[in-house]
Structure formats: C-alpha cells, structure tokens
Design a protein around this ligand. Structure first.
Ligand SMILES: [Zn+2]
Length: 346
C-alpha cells in the first residue's frame, strides 16, 4: 500500500481551504528541506538547497486543492443548496456521499428518487441546482446550527489498490503532491529546488501566481494528474492519454504552450533512462504552467502528469507504475537540467 498516496488523497482540501493537506505535507517534508513557509495565499513553499554546482533557481509545483462544493443556502426542509468549487459534470454528483464543513458532517447529494420520477425526467440530466446536500436535518435552523454558508464539501472515497492500479479521490493533484514530496526526500540537486505546494488551482490557477512571483525561478516544472480517456470506444480512436503507458507530457492545452526546450529535454531524458512516456493530446484543460510561465518577465515551464481516469469525480483511477515513472522522470529531468537548455542563443 502506498501510504503517501493514501494519506494525501484521503485528506480534505477543497480550493480555498487547503490547510489539512498543507499540514500533512509540511510534516512529511520538514526533515528533508532547509526552509519552509506558508505565504499569504496559503501556498506551502519549501527550499531544498542544492550542492552549489549550479546557480539556477528551479521551481517545482503541485497543487494541493481538489474540486468540491460550497454551502450557499439552507432550505426550510433542512436540505442544503450548494455551488461547485471547480469544474464538474453535474451527472457525477447525484447520490454521492460528501463530508461538509470543518466538523466533516456526512451528507448525501440527493434528488427525487427514481420511484417518483417520470420517464422524461429520467431521460434528462438533473442539474446541480436541483440537487441538495442532505445531512439529515429536519429544518433550516437545524441545518444552519451545524453548518454555515461558505462551508466546503468534499467527496468521501477510501484509497484502495487493485493490482497495478489505485482508486481514490483527488489524485488531481495529490498524485503530483506525492511525487513532489518524493523529489524532496532524495539527495540534493545541483541547484536550489523551490517546491511549491499551491492552493486554488482548480478555480483558476491562482495560488501558483503569487508563489511564482515570490520564487522568481529560472525554470519551472509542474507535476499534475491529467485526465485519461482510454477505454475502448468505437467513436474515438485518438485517446488523450492511457493508463499504464507512462508519464504524460504536455505540449499545449487551453491555457499554455509548454516550453519546447523543456519538453525536448524531458522526452530526451525519458528515452535515455528507458522511462516510458506519452505526449498528451493537445487541447483542453489547463495547469499551473499558464500562470508560472507568465509570472514576472516569463519563466520556461513544462508539465509532467500522471494519467488519471475520471478526473473531477468522486473516484479516480491511476496506474501505480505511471506514478512511479513520473517521480523517476521528474528527478532525472531535474538532475540533468543545465542552464544552456533554457537559454535563448538568438
Ligand atoms: Zn490538477
């Protein structure tokens, strides 16, 4: 059992309220870094001093937050209206168990039972605004005595391993956080490594913005968990990325074009070290690369990701060797990152 992935994915950290995850990570890295601090946004920044061989400043980012829900209103019957924190397909919500607020009160995302629906209702998607979180409270006062508007709700999913795969919630991006923790637990790099466990990625790549400004890196690497879409499907013969085929390397998404020199360096490093990799099909999505690369006067940035099925739902699936290979590839990429790779000669 990968205890790191288990503890990180079972922790709760809906965007804007990442403290539980941050405290967990702080304790996991404290003995392996030279300094750490928490900035005004809530990002956890840690410095692992280098050997002194290179004066590059390198930032490695993974976001701590996960998608979830927020309490917006209490109905007279004691059920709770909510809005989404981060992007969801409404169809993924119905019937799911959530933990709400700081006391982690258990609730169910409910709607009319199938017995009482008409066939036309069953053939249409129930929108999130027609759903309520039910914590068993009978009145508005009973519900609002336990929770307040603005409280967050997160999914409840126990981490499990099934052969080569792992199932759990929030692999996006706790798999990246776990990988970054592993990168901090090994021998120093030639340069100072600035680890950023960032907040609020899922609501607009926000935490990485201030962290990148503060770190002022020469180059950056983002560790992510990217949606895999690889089940047999007659209509779509070009899957985004597949489970078990290795780390996924971004070239372009909706928000950024990855630095081509870094992408070449990553793929060459993978080839040299016999690490499998797959280029993620360009388009869709976005990562902290977008904000980091545009911070200050610009930062060459690239993204390496663990492929994960069913992103932004209560239960995701990853392949454990993909995860291990992301750690291996990221470490090899960093150890061989020389200043000339990111210098423009003309
Ligand atoms: Zn993510």
């Amino acid at each position: 059992m990968n205890e790191l992935l288990k503890s990180l994915t079972e922790a709760v950290g809906v965007s804007g309220e990442e403290k539980e995850v941050r405290l967990l990570i702080r304790d996991l890295i404290a003995d392996h870094v030279d300094e750490w601090h928490v900035d005004a946004m809530g990002n956890l920044l840690a410095l692992k001093k280098g050997t002194g061989a290179s004066d590059l400043r390198v930032l490695v980012d993974a976001h701590m937050d996960e998608v979830g829900l927020m309490v917006t209103e209490f109905d007279s019957n004691g059920t709770i209206r909510f809005s989404n924190v981060g992007g969801f397909d409404d169809r993924a919500l119905l019937g799911k168990v959530v933990q709400v607020g700081p006391k982690k009160i258990t609730g169910i995302i409910g709607a009319r039972p199938i017995h009482l629906t008409t066939s036309s209702q069953r053939n249409s998607v129930v929108k999130a605004d027609a759903m309520r979180i039910d914590i068993g409270a009978k009145t508005k006062d009973a519900a609002s005595a336990q929770l307040k508007i603005g409280d967050k709700a997160a999914f409840v999913t126990e981490y499990e391993e099934l052969g080569p795969t792992a199932i759990g919630k929030a692999f996006d991006d706790r798999a990246g956080c776990a990988a970054l923790i592993e990168l901090l637990r090994v021998e120093p790099y030639p340069f100072d490594l600035h680890a950023v466990f960032s907040v609020q990625e899922e609501v607009g790549l926000r935490g990485a913005m201030t962290a990148a400004y503060a770190v002022k890196p020469d180059a950056a690497l983002v560790l992510e968990c990217t949606p895999a879409y690889d089940l047999p499907n007659k209509d779509d013969v070009s899957p985004s990325v597949a489970l078990g085929k290795g780390p996924s390397i971004y070239v372009m998404d909706r928000t950024a074009i990855q630095d081509p020199r870094l992408v070449s360096h990553i793929t060459a490093t993978a080839a040299e070290n016999d690490i499998p990799f797959q280029i993620r099909r360009p388009g869709g999505g976005g990562t902290n690369t977008a904000t980091i690369q545009r911070s200050r006067a610009g930062v060459p940035t690239a993204t390496i990701a663990v492929p994960g099925r069913y992103a932004h739902t209560p239960a995701m699936m990853i392949n454990l060797s993909d995860y291990a290979n992301v750690v291996k590839l990221a470490e090899a990429t960093l150890r061989s990152l020389a200043p000339n790779i990111i210098q423009h000669s003309s």
